[in-house]
Design a protein around this ligand. Structure first.
Ligand code: NOJ
Length: 744
């Protein structure tokens, strides 16, 4: 009796001291966290029944749908993106999925979760600072974990081939290196909270119009050097546990059943070990999809059928989908769960407490770091605190800041600051975060008269402008999932409003809250323009801090601002306006010459070039040298703050071949953001990824650098702002599909 008691006390102590992982290690050896993810996945899969494996590869939507007579699984979280059953008997938890482009999102409805929203992905890309991206990722990962989610549908890195794409705000811009690095850093940050992040949307899903019916036509070489390169770099940087395949078809085949994209490029060439989940409604078959490399069907009932439910079981039993393939599908899910801590650190079932203050500060920093000062003549900005009469006009700036629409929408603490705008339902509601720029401005100049006019009456706004010392016009462009912009113009009568106001008072600053690039017919008349993107739940504060110079702007454009639609590879968006179920091709004529590369190739002058961004300080570049060290091209240089205030400069290294032919005259090959006190100098070295000096050869799956001279340019934008150049000679060299040197 005494002995029995001692044993039970001991086992209680073991359970307490070592947690479930070690206590279970005899009967469940895969729970031993000292083993590698692959070994653990192998061990547990041996114990699983056919039905248990099938559970892991089938996902549900987290919300009832009356029309489809669908009831979400009880264990799912209401109004969440998705849910997948785990195998509790073996210690494998369920997967709770949330959308997460900029934070913990909710599907619209009565039970939204409140969360902190980062600024848009484009804003984060505009920081050119991977650490900021990482910090934002870590913050949203922690909030998601706090809400009981262990899979974040984040990591959007669709390349900006068209500035009218309604989802550009979720992504990382037009350059594969910048987008790949920034989104990769955010994924890494998310997963540091021991949850899985996706990388999406794989692949070549660059417009929303007809996204489920369009077919992208592109050759392998161009794809590998553009959209796929951005995804490849983000995968390398971020090591996502999952990849979400996209809605569209590529060269005639659905992305979610393309053996070329899934089996060959992603899994074989890039060595991806995690699982491929379909976008919601992007699975179209059982046998072709499973055999082509899709590992998990998502979001039942979005697809026409439960392809990876009973039909997959039947296909496995009759051998059309080999048992080994089902094992591989389940193993991939398990591998990611073990690798990223989802099994060892189960999420709590009760929501934790969110520190909105601390998380708001992370969002604030991201917004401040990514806002781009596009124009600033005659030192109109920063605003002096001695100003007496300030007019704030338009953009609901009295209430809050705009957010992008669709599945990534985060519902803020405090609710929608401007409720009731149309559309109120998907892809709406149009959401303004309750962080009022007007209030943040008033707080900074308590003695001044700060007047607001909503901008609906041009004449009244112009009158207020005339009576003011300075005018701040807020212009907004709501973009979102499932639709594109008809043009680059600001919607409504905002262009006319800005023109009228700036005529009435030339001291006009335009603050833009847009999903991406817009045209600016009034630009010549307006001395200062600040691109504030969608600045997140601390946006009003961030805008005011930059306007008043408490924060020196340091964002640089992650995408070209075209002068007009006529400059784009597709002046008229293919398939626009959308006709339901109409299938059509989108020919990527520009190949890999995306964004500034297209503008260079065609000799076009944009409104603002890629990489552009002003500061309240001045910076100079010097001492550029380029040489090959340990087989890699390195550029070393000095940046000096020649102005009067502390600030940050983004040094951009572009490379152009003098003899070889590329898809476009030059490419961004590296970048570094430096923080410098006035008068201070900073030295930096960037090492160039060989893929950015090479052409991809599809037949041999190699990247090849041609022997010859290359111009290395250090500049503040793609148009050569402040440029200094040097020439370096490179020998011919070949690299494998992942840019690793090949022995010769
Ligand atoms: C569709 C979107 O394309 C995708 O990004 C999102 O994660 C899923 N819906 C789930 O909401």
């Amino acid at each position: 009796m005494k002995l029995k008691k001692t044993i039970s006390l001991l086992s209680a102590a073991v359970a307490l001291c070592c947690g479930p992982a070690l206590a279970a290690s005899d009967s469940k050896p895969w729970m031993n966290s000292k083993l590698g993810a692959a070994e653990r996945a192998d061990l547990v899969i041996r114990e699983m029944t056919l039905d248990e494996k099938l559970k892991l590869v089938f996902g549900y939507f987290g919300m009832d749908n009356e029309g489809k007579k669908y009831k979400r699984p009880q264990e799912s979280y209401n109004q969440s993106a998705g849910f997948v059953y785990g195998v509790p008997r073996l210690g494998i938890p369920n997967l709770w999925q949330t959308d997460a482009g900029v934070g913990v999102a909710s599907q619209g409805g009565p039970q939204v979760r409140t969360a902190t929203a980062l600024p848009s992905g484009l804003n984060t890309a505009a920081t050119w600072d991977p650490q900021t991206a990482f910090a934002g990722g870590a913050m949203i990962g922690a909030e998601a974990r706090g809400y009981g989610f262990n899979v974040l549908l984040a990591g959007g890195v669709n390349l900006m081939r068209d500035p009218r794409n309604g989802r550009n705000f979720e992504y990382g811009g037009e350059d594969p290196l910048l987008a790949g690095r920034m989104v990769g850093a955010q994924i890494k940050g998310i997963q540091s909270s021991r949850v899985v992040s996706t990388l999406k949307h794989y692949a070549l899903n660059d417009q929303e119009t007809g996204r489920t019916t369009l077919n992208v036509k592109i050759d392998d070489q161009s794809a590998r050097m553009s959209d796929l390169l951005a995804l490849q770099i983000a995968k390398e940087e971020g090591n996502p546990g999952s990849v979400m395949c996209s809605y569209n078809r590529v060269n005639g085949v659905y992305a979610c059943e393309s053996s070329y994209l899934l089996n060959e490029v992603l899994k074989k060439d890039w060595g991806f070990k995690g699982w491929v989940m379909s976008d919601w409604g992007a699975t179209h078959s059982t046998i072709p999809a499973a055999n082509a490399g899709l590992d998990q069907q998502s979001g039942m009932p979005f697809d026409l059928a439960d392809y990876f439910g009973a039909p997959l079981k039947e296909a496995v039993l009759n051998g059309w989908v080999p048992q080994s393939r089902l094992d591989d599908m389940a193993r991939r899910v398990l591998h990611a769960m073990f690798e990223h801590g989802v099994v060892d650190h189960p999420v709590a079932s009760e929501p934790g407490k969110i520190d909105f203050k601390a998380n708001g500060a992370v969002s604030l920093k991201d917004a401040q770091e990514g806002m781009v000062l596009l124009k600033n003549q005659a030192g109109l900005l920063p605003l002096a605190k001695s100003l007496r009469r300030i007019a704030v006009i338009g953009g609901h700036a009295d209430k809050g800041v705009l957010a992008g629409g669709g599945s990534s929408l985060v519902y803020p603490a405090g609710g929608n600051a401007v409720p009731g705008l149309e559309p109120k339902t998907w892809p709406g509601p149009i959401m303004y975060y309750p962080s009022s720029p007007l209030k943040a401005i008033q707080q900074r100049v308590p003695a001044a008269q700060v007047s607001f006019n909503d901008g609906s009456d041009k004449a009244a706004a112009a009158k207020l402008a005339q009576e003011s010392d300075v005018v701040l016009v807020f212009a907004t462009q709501w973009t979102g999932e499932a639709f594109d912009m008809p043009s680059l113009s600001l919607p409504g009568a905002q262009d006319e409003l800005i023109a009228a106001v700036s005529t009435a008072n030339p001291k006009t600053v335009v603050v833009l809250e847009t999903g991406g690039p817009v045209s600016m017919p009034w630009l010549a008349k307006v001395p200062a323009v600040l691109e504030a993107w969608y600045p997140g739940t601390s946006g009003g504060e961030a805008i005011a801090s930059v306007l008043f110079g408490e924060v020196n702007p340091s964002g640089h454009l992650p995408a070209t601002f075209p002068a007009s639609e006529a400059q784009l590879p597709r002046p008229v968006l293919d398939g626009y306006p959308e006709v339901a179920d109409k299938r059509f091709d989108v020919e990527y004529r520009e190949g890999a010459a995306v964004g500034y590369k297209w503008f260079d190739l065609k000799g076009l002058k944009p409104l603002f070039p890629f990489g552009h961004g002003l500061s309240y300080s001045e910076f100079g570049f010097s001492g550029l040298s380029a040489s090959v060290k340990n087989g890699a091209l390195q550029a070393t240089f000095t940046v000096k703050n020649t102005g009067k205030v502390a600030g940050k400069e983004v040094a951009q290294v572009y490379v152009a071949p003098l003899n070889a032919k590329w898809e476009a005259p030059k490419r961004l090959a590296g970048f570094q953001k430096l923080a410098l006190q006035p008068g201070a100098e900073g030295k930096a070295t960037v090492t160039v990824d060989p893929r950015l000096l090479a052409m991809y050869d599809s037949a041999s799956k190699t990247w090849n650098i041609a022997k010859g001279d290359y111009q290395v340019t250090l500049a503040a934008d793609a148009a050569g702002g402040k440029a200094v150049s040097t020439v370096v000679h490179l020998e011919a060299a070949s690299y494998d599909v992942n840019g690793k040197p090949l022995r010769r």
